[in-house]
Each structure stands twice: as structure tokens, then as C-alpha cells.
Design a protein. Structure first.
Length: 206
């Protein structure tokens, strides 16, 4: 699960991406809590606006569960509910558009994923992201770096000026258990989220 602290007014947003079998995103489940009401409520509108409104993003800080639990207690919520209980609060999914992967002429035993993020890095964020993803310099000025592993390759790419970033991941099928794809995509998504960007979707291009 992904946790976010909201300021002005204070609150906590909890999200979880719902995934298709191929690890692309089908939607976002979410719930928000505020100390004013003391209750949790479904929040598809908050999830949607977080990704489209830069002013709201400026009020939101991605955190891990431990930091969310500390904030929850500090704001008067006592003990943060376990994740299974939080999932029971996800009653209105924010659907994400899906489409068949484009035919880019890729090898039939390869897949290409894109993890899209809203926002931009701060002064240290890009360096931290490069280190977390083990990126090497790239010749293309639009690409912050590239890396490759056994059957996998990825690059961090800017989309527009201060608008969005993405991690493009190419996977050679059969290079390991299918679950490795999901684990790799989740690791890369969390590595960028930890630098303050907001994951928007996970899609396939091939």
C-alpha cells in the first residue's frame, strides 16, 4: 500500500493499485482519514485530483507505513488499522484507462512497460532516483539514465518540462519467474515515489 500525508487540512491518504494479470494498472483503490471527522472514507476524487492538480500535490508527502502510523497517532487516531482492514474501506475504485499494447515491432518474447509519475524531482531527488535504480548516464538528454539486468532493462525519462516522468522497463519473457516482473515494477515505482513523485499508472507498450 502507498501512504500519503496531507497538510492544510491535515489527513492521511492510503492507496493501492489494482493490477491486471500482466501487471498493468486497472485502477486505484483509496481511502482518506481526517482528524476533524475521525473517520475513513473512500476517496477516488482525491486520488484523481492528486495526479492532475499541482497545487494539491504540493500539500501531499509520500511516506511509508511507519511514518503514516506515527502521524495517525499524533493526529489523534491512535493505532493505524492493519492493511486488510484498510482494504475493507476501499469501496469506490478510481478506474484507469486500459488498451491493448501497441505493436512497436518488439520481439515477441519481450514486453515493454511504462510507469508514469506526476510531478518533478527536488534538488536531491533525481540523484537519489538514479542511485536507487542503479542508472548509468545516457546520451539522450531526455533520459536521466539507463540500466540493465539479467533479462531486464530500464530507463528514467522526462516527459515535458516539470510535468511528468516515467520509468520504461523492457522485460524478456522466460528470463525468470513471472512474479519477478511484478516485483521489479513495484520496486521501481516505490523508488521514484520515495522522491516525492506520484505514480499515475502502469501501462504496456508491447
Amino acid at each position: 500500500m502507498d501512504y500519503y500525508l496531507i497538510s492544510g487540512p491535515d489527513g492521511i491518504l492510503v492507496e493501492e493499485f489494482a493490477l491486471h494479470q500482466d501487471y498493468t494498472a486497472a485502477g486505484i483503490d483509496s481511502a482518506v482519514w481526517s482528524p476533524e471527522s475521525g473517520t475513513w472514507s473512500p476517496s477516488p476524487d482525491v486520488s484523481r485530483e492528486l495526479r492532475s492538480d499541482a497545487r494539491l500535490r504540493a500539500l501531499v508527502t509520500p511516506v511509508d507505513r511507519r511514518a503514516a502510523a506515527q502521524a495517525y497517532a499524533r493526529l489523534g487516531g491512535r493505532e493505524l488499522p492493519e492493511e486488510e482492514r484498510l482494504r475493507g474501506l476501499f469501496r469506490q475504485r478510481q478506474p484507469l484507462p486500459t488498451a491493448a499494447p501497441l505493436d512497436l515491432g518488439s520481439s515477441p518474447d519481450a514486453r515493454r512497460y511504462r510507469i508514469l509519475f506526476a510531478g518533478d524531482f527536488d534538488a536531491d531527488g533525481l540523484a537519489n532516483a538514479r542511485a536507487a535504480l542503479r542508472l548509468e548516464p545516457a546520451d539522450d538528454p531526455r533520459v536521466a539514465g539507463r540500466a540493465a539486468g539479467d533479462g531486464f532493462a530500464w530507463e528514467l525519462r522526462r516527459i515535458g518540462a516539470g510535468i511528468a516522468w516515467c520509468v520504461d522497463v523492457t522485460v524478456r519473457l522466460g528470463s525468470g519467474p513471472a512474479g519477478l516482473i511484478g516485483a521489479l515494477l513495484d520496486h521501481h515505482r516505490q523508488a521514484i515515489r520515495e522522491q516525492g513523485l506520484i505514480p499515475v499508472t502502469v501501462e504496456r507498450f508491447a
